[in-house]
Ligand binder design. Structure first.
Ligand SMILES: Cc1ncc(COP(=O)(O)O)c(C=O)c1O
Length: 384
Protein backbone atom coordinates (compact mmCIF):
# COMPACT_ATOMS: atom_id res chain seq x y z
CA UNK A 1 0.00 0.00 0.00
CA UNK A 2 1.38 3.35 -0.97
CA UNK A 3 1.58 6.20 1.50
CA UNK A 4 -1.61 7.78 2.85
CA UNK A 5 -1.52 11.24 4.41
CA UNK A 6 -4.58 12.76 6.06
CA UNK A 7 -4.41 16.55 6.13
CA UNK A 8 -8.09 17.32 6.73
CA UNK A 9 -8.26 17.44 10.52
CA UNK A 10 -10.42 20.60 10.47
CA UNK A 11 -13.12 18.47 8.81
CA UNK A 12 -12.86 15.58 11.28
CA UNK A 13 -10.32 13.56 13.24
CA UNK A 14 -9.83 9.85 13.95
CA UNK A 15 -11.11 8.79 17.37
CA UNK A 16 -8.19 8.35 19.81
CA UNK A 17 -7.79 4.67 20.87
CA UNK A 18 -8.04 5.63 24.57
CA UNK A 19 -11.32 7.39 23.79
CA UNK A 20 -12.69 4.26 22.11
CA UNK A 21 -11.65 2.16 25.14
CA UNK A 22 -13.38 4.56 27.53
CA UNK A 23 -16.58 4.56 25.45
CA UNK A 24 -16.95 0.82 24.84
CA UNK A 25 -18.54 -0.21 28.18
CA UNK A 26 -21.21 2.48 27.67
CA UNK A 27 -22.72 0.66 24.69
CA UNK A 28 -23.70 -2.66 26.17
CA UNK A 29 -22.66 -2.82 29.83
CA UNK A 30 -23.46 0.61 31.23
CA UNK A 31 -26.32 1.13 28.83
CA UNK A 32 -29.06 2.49 31.11
CA UNK A 33 -31.01 5.64 30.49
CA UNK A 34 -29.32 8.34 32.59
CA UNK A 35 -32.76 9.68 33.55
CA UNK A 36 -33.81 6.34 35.11
CA UNK A 37 -33.68 6.15 38.89
CA UNK A 38 -32.53 2.51 39.12
CA UNK A 39 -28.93 1.36 39.32
CA UNK A 40 -28.58 0.88 35.56
CA UNK A 41 -29.63 4.46 34.97
CA UNK A 42 -27.52 5.80 37.84
CA UNK A 43 -24.39 4.11 36.45
CA UNK A 44 -24.92 5.76 33.07
CA UNK A 45 -25.56 9.09 34.77
CA UNK A 46 -22.34 8.70 36.79
CA UNK A 47 -20.34 8.25 33.59
CA UNK A 48 -21.95 11.31 32.07
CA UNK A 49 -21.50 13.38 35.24
CA UNK A 50 -17.83 12.46 35.40
CA UNK A 51 -17.34 13.61 31.82
CA UNK A 52 -19.23 16.83 32.57
CA UNK A 53 -17.09 17.48 35.64
CA UNK A 54 -13.89 16.79 33.67
CA UNK A 55 -14.92 19.25 30.99
CA UNK A 56 -15.99 21.92 33.46
CA UNK A 57 -12.62 21.58 35.21
CA UNK A 58 -10.82 21.98 31.87
CA UNK A 59 -12.85 25.13 31.14
CA UNK A 60 -12.67 26.37 34.75
CA UNK A 61 -16.46 26.73 34.81
CA UNK A 62 -19.35 25.08 36.62
CA UNK A 63 -20.65 21.68 35.37
CA UNK A 64 -24.19 23.14 35.54
CA UNK A 65 -23.30 25.52 32.74
CA UNK A 66 -22.63 22.74 30.20
CA UNK A 67 -25.34 21.47 27.86
CA UNK A 68 -24.60 18.47 25.66
CA UNK A 69 -25.91 18.52 22.10
CA UNK A 70 -25.67 16.48 18.90
CA UNK A 71 -22.96 18.59 17.26
CA UNK A 72 -21.41 21.99 16.78
CA UNK A 73 -24.25 22.82 14.41
CA UNK A 74 -26.88 22.23 17.08
CA UNK A 75 -24.86 24.14 19.69
CA UNK A 76 -24.68 27.17 17.38
CA UNK A 77 -28.42 26.95 16.64
CA UNK A 78 -29.31 26.61 20.32
CA UNK A 79 -27.09 29.51 21.37
CA UNK A 80 -28.32 31.98 18.76
CA UNK A 81 -31.99 31.00 18.56
CA UNK A 82 -32.16 30.47 22.32
CA UNK A 83 -30.99 34.03 23.04
CA UNK A 84 -33.03 35.54 20.18
CA UNK A 85 -36.28 33.82 21.17
CA UNK A 86 -35.83 34.84 24.80
CA UNK A 87 -35.50 38.48 23.69
CA UNK A 88 -38.42 38.06 21.21
CA UNK A 89 -37.09 40.79 18.90
CA UNK A 90 -33.92 42.77 18.29
CA UNK A 91 -30.62 42.99 16.46
CA UNK A 92 -27.70 40.55 16.23
CA UNK A 93 -24.11 41.10 15.13
CA UNK A 94 -22.04 38.43 13.40
CA UNK A 95 -19.39 38.28 10.68
CA UNK A 96 -19.44 37.31 7.01
CA UNK A 97 -17.02 34.40 7.56
CA UNK A 98 -18.90 32.42 10.20
CA UNK A 99 -19.66 28.73 9.70
CA UNK A 100 -22.99 28.10 7.96
CA UNK A 101 -24.38 26.84 11.30
CA UNK A 102 -24.22 30.48 12.45
CA UNK A 103 -24.75 32.29 9.14
CA UNK A 104 -27.84 30.35 8.08
CA UNK A 105 -29.32 30.53 11.59
CA UNK A 106 -28.93 34.32 11.48
CA UNK A 107 -30.39 34.48 7.96
CA UNK A 108 -33.37 32.46 9.15
CA UNK A 109 -33.85 34.77 12.13
CA UNK A 110 -34.03 37.67 9.65
CA UNK A 111 -37.08 35.98 8.09
CA UNK A 112 -38.59 35.94 11.59
CA UNK A 113 -38.28 39.70 12.09
CA UNK A 114 -34.84 39.98 13.68
CA UNK A 115 -32.22 42.35 12.25
CA UNK A 116 -28.66 41.11 11.64
CA UNK A 117 -25.42 42.95 10.84
CA UNK A 118 -22.84 40.82 9.00
CA UNK A 119 -19.44 42.40 9.64
CA UNK A 120 -16.70 42.60 7.02
CA UNK A 121 -13.27 41.14 7.72
CA UNK A 122 -9.83 42.37 6.65
CA UNK A 123 -7.48 40.70 4.14
CA UNK A 124 -6.41 38.18 6.81
CA UNK A 125 -9.98 37.25 7.74
CA UNK A 126 -9.88 39.26 10.97
CA UNK A 127 -12.87 41.06 12.49
CA UNK A 128 -12.09 44.59 13.74
CA UNK A 129 -13.46 45.08 17.30
CA UNK A 130 -14.11 48.74 16.36
CA UNK A 131 -16.56 47.50 13.71
CA UNK A 132 -18.37 45.54 16.40
CA UNK A 133 -18.54 48.70 18.50
CA UNK A 134 -19.94 50.76 15.62
CA UNK A 135 -22.50 48.07 14.75
CA UNK A 136 -23.94 48.06 18.29
CA UNK A 137 -27.49 49.38 18.56
CA UNK A 138 -29.68 50.00 21.58
CA UNK A 139 -31.66 46.89 20.57
CA UNK A 140 -28.62 44.61 20.03
CA UNK A 141 -29.39 41.31 21.77
CA UNK A 142 -26.41 39.14 20.83
CA UNK A 143 -23.02 39.02 19.15
CA UNK A 144 -21.77 35.81 17.54
CA UNK A 145 -18.15 35.69 16.37
CA UNK A 146 -16.19 32.50 15.79
CA UNK A 147 -12.91 31.94 17.60
CA UNK A 148 -11.05 30.59 14.57
CA UNK A 149 -12.17 30.17 11.01
CA UNK A 150 -12.20 26.58 9.79
CA UNK A 151 -11.00 27.40 6.27
CA UNK A 152 -8.13 29.81 6.86
CA UNK A 153 -7.54 29.35 10.59
CA UNK A 154 -7.43 33.05 11.50
CA UNK A 155 -7.97 33.54 15.24
CA UNK A 156 -10.26 36.45 16.12
CA UNK A 157 -9.57 39.09 18.81
CA UNK A 158 -12.29 37.62 21.05
CA UNK A 159 -11.09 39.24 24.29
CA UNK A 160 -11.43 42.75 22.78
CA UNK A 161 -14.89 41.92 21.40
CA UNK A 162 -15.85 40.33 24.72
CA UNK A 163 -14.84 43.47 26.61
CA UNK A 164 -17.20 45.52 24.40
CA UNK A 165 -19.99 42.99 24.82
CA UNK A 166 -19.59 43.01 28.57
CA UNK A 167 -19.54 46.84 28.70
CA UNK A 168 -22.92 46.90 26.88
CA UNK A 169 -24.39 43.91 28.69
CA UNK A 170 -24.83 42.00 25.39
CA UNK A 171 -24.12 38.24 25.42
CA UNK A 172 -21.23 37.13 23.21
CA UNK A 173 -21.53 33.70 21.60
CA UNK A 174 -18.29 32.19 20.36
CA UNK A 175 -18.19 29.26 17.95
CA UNK A 176 -15.02 27.62 19.25
CA UNK A 177 -15.47 24.39 17.30
CA UNK A 178 -12.05 24.82 15.67
CA UNK A 179 -10.15 26.01 18.76
CA UNK A 180 -11.56 24.09 21.73
CA UNK A 181 -8.79 21.80 22.99
CA UNK A 182 -6.32 23.27 20.49
CA UNK A 183 -5.59 26.75 21.85
CA UNK A 184 -6.24 28.15 25.35
CA UNK A 185 -9.69 29.62 26.00
CA UNK A 186 -10.55 31.57 29.15
CA UNK A 187 -14.28 32.29 29.02
CA UNK A 188 -14.06 34.82 31.87
CA UNK A 189 -11.05 36.79 30.62
CA UNK A 190 -12.49 36.74 27.09
CA UNK A 191 -15.95 37.98 28.12
CA UNK A 192 -17.78 35.03 26.58
CA UNK A 193 -21.38 34.18 27.54
CA UNK A 194 -21.96 31.16 25.27
CA UNK A 195 -19.42 28.82 23.70
CA UNK A 196 -19.89 26.00 21.16
CA UNK A 197 -17.41 23.12 20.94
CA UNK A 198 -17.56 19.81 19.08
CA UNK A 199 -16.04 16.42 19.94
CA UNK A 200 -15.08 15.12 16.49
CA UNK A 201 -12.54 17.91 15.89
CA UNK A 202 -10.44 16.75 18.86
CA UNK A 203 -10.23 12.97 18.37
CA UNK A 204 -13.59 12.30 20.00
CA UNK A 205 -16.64 10.69 18.36
CA UNK A 206 -18.95 12.46 15.89
CA UNK A 207 -22.45 13.56 16.84
CA UNK A 208 -21.71 15.00 20.26
CA UNK A 209 -20.84 18.55 21.27
CA UNK A 210 -21.40 21.07 24.00
CA UNK A 211 -22.81 24.50 24.50
CA UNK A 212 -21.44 26.28 27.54
CA UNK A 213 -23.94 28.83 28.84
CA UNK A 214 -22.82 31.35 31.44
CA UNK A 215 -25.13 31.42 34.46
CA UNK A 216 -27.61 34.27 34.17
CA UNK A 217 -27.65 34.34 30.33
CA UNK A 218 -31.24 34.87 29.19
CA UNK A 219 -32.19 32.15 26.78
CA UNK A 220 -34.89 29.60 26.08
CA UNK A 221 -34.79 26.01 24.89
CA UNK A 222 -35.44 25.37 21.20
CA UNK A 223 -36.02 21.61 21.45
CA UNK A 224 -38.88 20.58 23.71
CA UNK A 225 -39.63 17.29 25.40
CA UNK A 226 -38.18 15.90 28.63
CA UNK A 227 -36.37 17.66 31.43
CA UNK A 228 -32.88 16.73 30.24
CA UNK A 229 -29.89 19.04 30.59
CA UNK A 230 -31.71 21.19 33.15
CA UNK A 231 -34.53 21.74 30.67
CA UNK A 232 -32.24 23.44 28.18
CA UNK A 233 -32.10 20.57 25.65
CA UNK A 234 -34.66 17.79 25.64
CA UNK A 235 -33.72 14.27 24.58
CA UNK A 236 -31.93 11.26 26.06
CA UNK A 237 -28.26 12.09 26.16
CA UNK A 238 -25.66 10.34 23.97
CA UNK A 239 -23.96 8.84 27.03
CA UNK A 240 -21.16 6.94 25.25
CA UNK A 241 -20.48 9.99 23.06
CA UNK A 242 -20.34 12.33 26.04
CA UNK A 243 -17.98 9.98 27.89
CA UNK A 244 -15.77 9.85 24.77
CA UNK A 245 -15.82 13.64 24.38
CA UNK A 246 -14.79 13.99 28.04
CA UNK A 247 -11.86 11.60 27.55
CA UNK A 248 -10.82 13.30 24.31
CA UNK A 249 -10.73 16.65 26.09
CA UNK A 250 -8.73 15.22 28.98
CA UNK A 251 -6.10 14.01 26.50
CA UNK A 252 -6.08 17.37 24.71
CA UNK A 253 -5.61 19.11 28.06
CA UNK A 254 -2.40 17.11 28.50
CA UNK A 255 -0.87 17.56 25.02
CA UNK A 256 -2.41 20.82 23.82
CA UNK A 257 0.62 23.10 24.31
CA UNK A 258 3.26 20.67 23.00
CA UNK A 259 1.05 19.69 20.06
CA UNK A 260 0.43 23.33 19.14
CA UNK A 261 4.19 23.96 18.98
CA UNK A 262 4.78 20.80 16.93
CA UNK A 263 1.96 21.53 14.47
CA UNK A 264 2.98 25.17 14.03
CA UNK A 265 6.48 24.01 12.98
CA UNK A 266 5.03 21.42 10.56
CA UNK A 267 2.51 23.89 9.14
CA UNK A 268 5.35 26.35 8.48
CA UNK A 269 7.51 23.57 6.98
CA UNK A 270 4.66 22.85 4.53
CA UNK A 271 4.29 26.50 3.51
CA UNK A 272 8.06 27.04 3.22
CA UNK A 273 8.43 23.83 1.19
CA UNK A 274 5.60 24.62 -1.22
CA UNK A 275 6.54 28.24 -1.81
CA UNK A 276 10.12 27.19 -2.57
CA UNK A 277 8.92 24.55 -5.06
CA UNK A 278 5.90 26.15 -6.73
CA UNK A 279 5.66 29.63 -8.29
CA UNK A 280 2.58 31.86 -7.89
CA UNK A 281 1.34 30.51 -4.56
CA UNK A 282 0.17 32.50 -1.55
CA UNK A 283 -0.93 31.89 2.02
CA UNK A 284 -4.52 32.74 2.97
CA UNK A 285 -5.25 33.78 6.54
CA UNK A 286 -3.27 35.58 9.19
CA UNK A 287 0.50 34.91 9.08
CA UNK A 288 0.75 34.38 12.86
CA UNK A 289 -2.69 34.64 14.52
CA UNK A 290 -3.71 31.33 13.07
CA UNK A 291 -4.63 27.80 14.17
CA UNK A 292 -1.44 25.80 14.75
CA UNK A 293 -2.24 23.11 12.15
CA UNK A 294 -3.94 25.10 9.39
CA UNK A 295 -2.35 26.19 6.11
CA UNK A 296 -4.69 27.43 3.37
CA UNK A 297 -2.73 28.02 0.17
CA UNK A 298 -3.85 29.52 -3.13
CA UNK A 299 -2.32 28.51 -6.46
CA UNK A 300 -3.03 31.26 -8.95
CA UNK A 301 -5.06 30.31 -12.02
CA UNK A 302 -5.43 26.65 -11.04
CA UNK A 303 -8.72 25.07 -9.97
CA UNK A 304 -8.38 23.76 -6.44
CA UNK A 305 -10.56 20.71 -7.04
CA UNK A 306 -8.08 19.48 -9.66
CA UNK A 307 -5.28 19.74 -7.09
CA UNK A 308 -7.38 17.95 -4.46
CA UNK A 309 -8.10 15.12 -6.91
CA UNK A 310 -4.43 14.97 -7.99
CA UNK A 311 -3.32 14.72 -4.37
CA UNK A 312 -6.02 12.13 -3.68
CA UNK A 313 -4.43 9.90 -6.32
CA UNK A 314 -1.19 10.19 -4.32
CA UNK A 315 -3.04 9.15 -1.14
CA UNK A 316 -3.21 12.66 0.31
CA UNK A 317 -6.46 14.03 1.77
CA UNK A 318 -6.83 17.83 1.69
CA UNK A 319 -9.87 19.99 1.01
CA UNK A 320 -10.70 22.50 -1.70
CA UNK A 321 -11.40 26.12 -0.90
CA UNK A 322 -13.80 26.33 -3.79
CA UNK A 323 -16.89 24.24 -4.36
CA UNK A 324 -18.50 22.93 -7.49
CA UNK A 325 -22.17 23.87 -7.34
CA UNK A 326 -24.49 23.06 -10.24
CA UNK A 327 -21.71 22.71 -12.74
CA UNK A 328 -19.84 25.95 -12.05
CA UNK A 329 -16.98 26.40 -9.61
CA UNK A 330 -17.74 28.85 -6.82
CA UNK A 331 -15.01 30.45 -4.73
CA UNK A 332 -15.18 30.13 -0.95
CA UNK A 333 -17.34 32.84 0.67
CA UNK A 334 -14.65 33.22 3.34
CA UNK A 335 -11.98 34.09 0.77
CA UNK A 336 -14.39 36.38 -1.09
CA UNK A 337 -15.09 38.24 2.18
CA UNK A 338 -11.32 38.59 2.67
CA UNK A 339 -11.10 40.30 -0.72
CA UNK A 340 -9.09 37.49 -2.36
CA UNK A 341 -9.45 37.94 -6.13
CA UNK A 342 -11.04 35.19 -8.22
CA UNK A 343 -7.79 34.06 -9.91
CA UNK A 344 -6.39 33.25 -6.46
CA UNK A 345 -9.59 32.20 -4.67
CA UNK A 346 -10.35 29.45 -7.23
CA UNK A 347 -7.06 27.75 -6.43
CA UNK A 348 -7.37 27.59 -2.63
CA UNK A 349 -6.44 24.33 -0.91
CA UNK A 350 -6.73 23.78 2.84
CA UNK A 351 -4.25 21.55 4.63
CA UNK A 352 -5.14 20.85 8.25
CA UNK A 353 -2.60 18.86 10.24
CA UNK A 354 -3.08 16.72 13.33
CA UNK A 355 -1.72 14.15 15.78
CA UNK A 356 -0.53 11.67 13.17
CA UNK A 357 1.17 14.21 10.89
CA UNK A 358 4.95 13.82 10.59
CA UNK A 359 7.72 15.82 8.88
CA UNK A 360 7.98 12.98 6.32
CA UNK A 361 4.28 13.40 5.51
CA UNK A 362 4.81 17.10 4.92
CA UNK A 363 7.82 16.50 2.65
CA UNK A 364 5.81 13.90 0.72
CA UNK A 365 2.96 16.40 0.17
CA UNK A 366 5.40 19.09 -0.97
CA UNK A 367 7.02 16.67 -3.43
CA UNK A 368 3.60 15.50 -4.67
CA UNK A 369 2.00 18.89 -5.22
CA UNK A 370 4.71 20.45 -7.38
CA UNK A 371 4.25 18.20 -10.46
CA UNK A 372 0.45 18.32 -10.09
CA UNK A 373 0.33 22.13 -10.21
CA UNK A 374 2.96 22.26 -12.99
CA UNK A 375 0.97 19.87 -15.19
CA UNK A 376 -2.31 21.68 -14.56
CA UNK A 377 -0.70 24.98 -15.51
CA UNK A 378 0.80 23.47 -18.68
CA UNK A 379 -2.68 22.34 -19.75
CA UNK A 380 -4.21 25.71 -18.96
CA UNK A 381 -5.43 27.87 -21.85
CA UNK A 382 -3.14 30.87 -22.26
CA UNK A 383 -4.85 33.99 -20.94
CA UNK A 384 -3.73 37.54 -21.50
C1 LIG B 1 -16.38 26.63 12.99
C2 LIG B 1 -17.34 25.49 12.94
N1 LIG B 1 -18.54 25.60 13.50
C3 LIG B 1 -19.43 24.59 13.49
C4 LIG B 1 -19.15 23.40 12.88
C5 LIG B 1 -20.16 22.29 12.87
O1 LIG B 1 -19.82 21.30 13.81
P1 LIG B 1 -20.45 19.83 13.70
O2 LIG B 1 -19.76 19.16 12.55
O3 LIG B 1 -20.11 19.18 15.02
O4 LIG B 1 -21.92 19.99 13.50
C6 LIG B 1 -17.90 23.23 12.26
C7 LIG B 1 -17.56 21.98 11.54
O5 LIG B 1 -16.77 21.95 10.64
C8 LIG B 1 -16.96 24.30 12.29
O6 LIG B 1 -15.76 24.20 11.72
Amino acid sequence: MSRRVYLDHNASTPVHPDVVAEMLPFFSETFGNPSSVHGFGREARDGMDQARARMAAFMRTSPDELVFTSGGTESDNLAIKGVAYAAKRGHLITSKIEHHAVLRTCQWLETQGFAVTYLDVDEYGMVDPDDVKHAMRPDTIAISIMHANSEVGTIQPIAAIGALARERGVPLHVDAVQTFGKVPIDVDAMGISLLSASSHKIYGPKGVALLWIRKGTRMVSVQHGGEHERRRRAGTENVAGIVGFGKALEIRGRDMAAEATRLTALRDRLWDGIRAAVPDVKLNGHPTERLPGTANLSYRNVESESIVLGLDLKGVGVSAGSACTSGSVEPSYVLVAMGVSLDWAMGAVRHSLGRSTTAEDIDYVVASVEPIVRRLREKMPVTA
